[in-house]
Design a protein around this ligand. Structure first.
Ligand SMILES: C[S@@+](CC[C@H](N)C(=O)[O-])C[C@H]1O[C@@H](n2cnc3c(N)ncnc32)[C@H](O)[C@@H]1O
Length: 254
C-alpha cells in the first residue's frame, strides 16, 4: 500500500512496496529503469544471508545511523522468483526498447541475469563498477572489488541524440563515515548510468534507498520516479532530492 508521496521539480518519491506500486502503474510510462535492488547476498551459507544487512554490509567506522533495510534475506530460489516478478512489472511500465540497468554483486549475478530475462528484458551485457581497490583486502585472494550492472538496451534507434558511454566505472565507494545508506551507490557512477536514458526522459528506480539514482537524474537533466518502502530511507532520499533541486536552481540564478 502506498502511504506517502514527496514531489519536487523533476522528481517524485513514493513510500511503499515496489511490486504493489508497480502493479498499479499504467504500461509504457517510463523511459528507462535504473535500480539497485536488495541483493540478498553476503556470506557463504543460507544462515549468513539471513543476517541483518547491518551485520552483512556494514563496515567498521561507518556512521551510527539506525536504518537497516529489509527484503534482503531471501534464499537463492525465492530471490530469483521475487526478482522475476518485479522485473516483469518493471518491464511492463517502461517503454518498449527502453534501457534497463540493474545492480548485482558477483554472487547474485547468475540469478539476476536469469530473472532479468524471465522478466522480459533482452540481456545485452554487464558493466562493472570497479571500486578502485577500496574493498577489504583478503590475504591470498582477489579483492571483491567490483559490483555489476546488468544491462538491456532494447530497440533504441542508434541515430538518436546520445553520447558514447563508458562500459565500466572506476570510482571509489562513498566512504563509510559519510554514507547515509548501508549500500549507497556513488552519485558519480549513477550519473554515468542514467545518461543511457534520453535527456528529459523519466527514470524509474523501484528500490530508491537514499535516492542516489534520483540525485544523479536531477544533475543529468532526467526526471526521476523512485519507490522506497523503508520510512527512514524515504525521508533521507526526499531530503537529498530537495537539496539537489535547490542547488541546481541556485546555480541557474543569474
Ligand atoms: C540496495 S538498497 C538501494 C540503495 C541506493 N542505491 C542508494 O544509493 O542509497 C535497496 C533498497 O531497497 C529497499 N527495498 C527493499 N525491498 C523493497 C520493496 N519491496 N519495495 C521498495 N523498496 C524496497 C530497501 O529498503 C533499500 O533501501
Amino acid at each position: 500500500v502506498t502511504r506517502r508521496v514527496r514531489r519536487g521539480v523533476g522528481w517524485t518519491l513514493i513510500l511503499g512496496d515496489a511490486i504493489t506500486w508497480l502493479r498499479a502503474e499504467p504500461a509504457a510510462r517510463f523511459d528507462g529503469l535504473v535500480t539497485d535492488p536488495p541483493y540478498s547476498s553476503g556470506g557463504f551459507t543460507r544462515g549468513d544471508r539471513t543476517l541483518d544487512p547491518q551485520k552483512k554490509y556494514r563496515q567498521s567506522g561507518s556512521l551510527e545511523y539506525a536504518a537497516t533495510f529489509d527484503g534482503d534475506n531471501r534464499d537463492q530460489r525465492s530471490f530469483t522468483v521475487w526478482a522475476s516478478i518485479w522485473l516483469a512489472e518493471a518491464h511492463r511500465v517502461v517503454r518498449p526498447g527502453a534501457p534497463a540497468c540493474v545492480f548485482s554483486d558477483w554472487r547474485q549475478l547468475p540469478a539476476t541475469t536469469d530473472a532479468f530475462q524471465v522478466g522480459g528484458f533482452v540481456w545485452r551485457g554487464v558493466a562493472p563498477w570497479c571500486k578502485a581497490n577500496a574493498s577489504r583486502p583478503q590475504k591470498g585472494r582477489f579483492r571483491s572489488d567490483a559490483e555489476f550492472v546488468v544491462c538491456s538496451r532494447g530497440a533504441m534507434a542508434l541515430d538518436r541524440a546520445a553520447p558514447v558511454l563508458r562500459g565500466s566505472w572506476n570510482v571509489a565507494p562513498v566512504h563509510s563515515s559519510r554514507r547515509v545508506h548501508l549500500t549507497e551507490k556513488p552519485v558519480d557512477v549513477m550519473r554515468e548510468i542514467v545518461r543511457i536514458v534520453p535527456r528529459r526522459g523519466t527514470v524509474l528506480d523501484p528500490f530508491a534507498g537514499s535516492g542516489s539514482t534520483g540525485v544523479a537524474c536531477l544533475l543529468e537533466g532526467r526526471a526521476f520516479v523512485g519507490v522506497e518502502h523503508n520510512p527512514d530511507h524515504f525521508r533521507t532520499a526526499a531530503e537529498r532530492l530537495r537539496r539537489t533541486e535547490t542547488e541546481i536552481a541556485a546555480r541557474r540564478r543569474p
